[in-house]
Design a protein around this ligand. Structure first.
Ligand code: MRU
Length: 352
């Protein structure tokens, strides 16, 4: 059982640290070669860090934004929360604009706004408690999803994951990587394959490093090797995270996820999406309505600062894609497992 997991062994990395007067972010641009926290003293520094991917991963950017509001609160004078809401709105808008696809960012800011509006003269303390609660609830959700997701996996299985969905992308333990941690600890997962995740290399740089901290030995593959891997029979599940899950179960995640889902279905593999309920957006009816972030085409021109593309080429760099719900076998949230998700199943689980 996952309850038996030694969390100290399997859950040591913390990408976001609140010191009491500033926010420290583990700089994910530099991992795995440099392990260094950067300090943010104001909300615009947090917004810039989210935009630059210093902190990344859907739940983590929501948590960082919540602390960004706490920092912004130091710059305004207000008698109560209702007054503070209006004064803090510009800073919250800038935090919200830092990245468009992961709904956790808007979700966390809406939650901060809600408690603030109802707060009295102690509104600063209320904000700080809420940011702390958002982080703690995320960690608890991840541990719960680890147990629920791992239980779906037959002992002796191999899994393929994409991007980084671990402690680095959350308050700790991770979503899809939490399921993998739990599955390895329970002896259900024998082999873990991680796709490189071009162009930013979240898989090669972050997931591999993170699993190594736990003593889990992943096998790295080129993204383009995924279908071939599936054909060998070495993997039974593809396990990924999500940036936004729509009302019909369509799911946005890191670019390349969609093609993994298509290939998994072709080869008879199961496809699992693991995300906290803060990633569910019942106001977005389907994947067609999701704003897909496009980043600097320059990310495609080289690796580690060394140019690999021929000169004078244009590039298109969408960094997320949408997996249609028909290709998903299970969505795992802390509230439970939704098998073969569709609009009716999502409404039953999240229609409240
Ligand atoms: O661009 P990124 O690195 O923020 O993208 C992250 C992903 O796509 C993750 O799979 C997703 O946010 C889930 S993280 C638990």
């Amino acid at each position: 059982m996952t309850d038996a997991i030694d969390f100290d062994r399997y859950d040591r990395i913390r990408p976001i640290r609140w010191t009491g007067d500033s926010l420290e972010l583990l700089d994910q641009r530099k991992l795995p070669f440099v392990v260094e926290y950067v300090r943010c003293d104001d909300s615009d520094a947090v917004a810039a860090a989210i935009h630059a991917l210093t902190v990344r991963g859907a739940p983590a950017i929501g948590i960082a934004a919540a602390w960004g509001v706490v920092l912004a609160a130091r710059t305004v004078d207000a008698a109560d929360g209702a007054q503070a809401v209006a004064l803090l709105e510009p800073a919250m808008q800038r935090l919200n604009a830092a990245r468009p696809t992961a709904v956790n960012l808007a979700w966390a800011l809406a939650r901060m706004r809600r408690v603030l509006a109802a707060a009295g003269s102690d509104w600063r303390a209320v904000l700080e408690r809420e940011a702390q609660a958002i982080a703690e609830e995320d960690l608890a959700a991840n541990r719960r999803m680890g147990a629920l997701g791992a239980a779906l996996i037959t002992p002796g299985s191999g899994v393929l994951t994409h991007c980084n969905t671990g402690s680095l992308a959350t308050a700790g333990f991770g979503t899809a990587l939490g399921v993998i941690r739990a599955g390895v600890a329970e002896g259900r997962i024998d082999k873990v394959y991680a796709g490189e995740t071009r162009p930013w290399l979240q898989g090669a740089r972050l997931t591999v490093w993170e699993l190594q901290q736990d003593g889990i030995v992943p096998t790295l593959i080129a993204d383009s090797a995924a279908s071939h891997l599936m054909k060998t029979g070495e993997v039974q599940w593809v396990v990924v995270g999500a940036d936004r899950i729509c009302a019909n179960g369509d799911t946005a995640n890191k670019i390349g996820t969609y093609q993994l889902a298509i290939a998994a279905r072709h080869h008879g593999l199961k496809f699992m999406v693991v995300a906290p309920s803060s990633t569910v957006d019942m106001d977005t009816p389907s994947g067609d309505a999701i704003h897909i972030e496009e980043r600097d085409p320059g990310e495609l021109f080289g690796v580690g600062g060394v140019r690999t593309a021929a000169q004078d080429v244009g590039a298109w760099n969408p960094v997320f894609d949408v997996t249609p719900h028909e290709l998903i076998d299970a969505i795992v949230t802390e509230r439970g497992v939704i098998e073969r998700p569709d609009a009716a199943a999502m409404k039953a689980a999240f229609g409240d």
